[in-house]
Design a protein around this ligand. Structure first.
Ligand SMILES: Cc1ncc(COP(=O)(O)O)c(C=O)c1O
Length: 369
């Protein structure tokens, strides 16, 4: 018997998304061409308890706009965790600033605040706190460090829909925060992003830069005053986003259900740690992941081989960005250079069956010493 392949993620699309997208295609033109965009932004303001939201064509674009609007550029340093996806750092590089990669904590897999503080120099301008795989960064300590050193805290919440800090969706602590609606994300528009902030001036600058540099108050047609960008989300994509936002509780609950099933099934296996949920936080569990202990001796190669053999589409953990060819290696980031090599992302999507989850659990148990 051949088993069907288990993909690592899958969007949840219902008649609601289809009906909104259809309506946008039929009627969302001319004077109505921004209606779903405004509605999607409104839903996001409410969801994140922030005052301003700007929909974008990707989270990468949202980060680029936000950093540019803050004036970050050549000569500036931006601190970021070494273990990350390249999207969080590419805009820093595009703007001519220097990323400074610091180590992660072994339990949260996110920025180590003590390492952040040690990496600050007179050129440091900002800290990007990425809530990796839905795990919440230590925002209290990071916000305190940024306050004391007069640095800008930015939250990259691309992977953190449904993750909460002190009872609130993450994304309202930093000067701005960004989200991703890529097809793999908990709330999706295929491709898409959002920037949220409580800073009105920053929001105006983001909107102006996202409109090819046409500044607010400028009434002359086709008269940009700075060279800007064009990272706009389309109305049709926003229509899908509106439907997903109406269903967000169900989508987040689906992710959490999948995680809880893994956690229960793997309980007692002392060599496996899953995503943490420290007191005061809720984890949206975008990407449930298993980290084997050092003592287990389990390697990434063994994990991939076992998952492939079982017809399961497992993903490797992000490698340290500083190990990529365009950056300078920082093996002194000891956790970043070790933990990903014994970790693996597990398949999860809201409609995943328990039978499929048991197949994943079976592989992990088989690998466990
Ligand atoms: C942490 C993080 N930041 C930024 C991004 C970029 O998102 P997008 O693909 O919407 O540009 C991703 C994408 O997965 C991500 O994981």
């Amino acid at each position: 018997m051949t088993l069907t392949k288990i993909s690592y993620t899958r969007p949840s699309i219902t008649e609601l998304e289809v009906s909104y997208a259809t309506e946008a295609v039929r009627t969302g033109w001319g004077p109505k061409c921004y209606d779903y965009i405004y509605r999607f932004e409104g839903a996001f303001r409410e969801f994140t308890s922030t005052q301003y939201a700007a929909a974008t064509s990707s989270c990468t674009g949202a980060l680029h706009l936000g950093l540019a609007a803050l004036g970050i550029g050549a000569g500036d340093e931006v601190i970021i965790a070494d273990v990350n996806w390249i999207a969080s750092v590419a805009p820093v590089v595009h703007l001519g600033a220097t990323p400074v990669f610091v180590d992660i904590l072994p339990d949260t897999w996110c920025l180590d605040p003590a390492r952040v503080e040690a990496a600050i120099t007179p050129r440091t301008k900002a800290v990007i706190a990425v809530h990796l795989y839905g795990n919440v960064c230590d925002l209290d300590r990071l916000a305190d460090i940024c306050r004391r050193h007069n640095l800008i805290l930015i939250e990259d919440a691309a992977e953190a829909i449904g993750s909460q800090w002190r009872g609130k969706q993450v994304g309202s602590v930093g000067r701005f925060a960004t989200f991703s609606f890529h097809g793999t994300k908990t709330v999706t528009t295929g491709e898409g992003g959002m920037l949220v902030t409580n800073d009105q001036a920053l929001h105006s600058m983001v909107q102006a830069l996202n409109n090819h540099g046409r500044l607010p108050g400028q009434n002359k047609q086709f008269f940009p005053e700075v060279v800007g960008y064009k990272y706009r989300l389309s109305n049709v994509q926003a229509a899908i986003g509106c439907a997903q936002m109406e269903r967000r509780a169900e989508l987040i609950a689906g992710k959490r259900r999948v995680f809880q099933f893994y956690a229960e099934a793997l309980k007692g296996l002392r060599h496996i740690a899953l995503n943490p949920e420290p007191p005061g936080t809720v984890n949206g569990y975008w990407m449930p992941s298993a980290v084997f202990s050092k003592e287990s001796g389990v390697t990434q190669e063994q994990m991939l081989k076992a998952f492939v053999a079982a017809g399961i589409d497992a993903r490797v953990f992000f490698c340290p960005l500083s190990s990529l060819p365009m950056f300078k290696a920082k093996p002194e980031n000891r956790v970043s250079y070790d933990l990903p090599m014994r970790a693996i992302n597990l398949p999860s999507y809201s409609e995943m069956t328990e039978a499929d989850q048991l197949r994943v659990v079976g592989v992990l148990k088989q690998l466990h010493p």
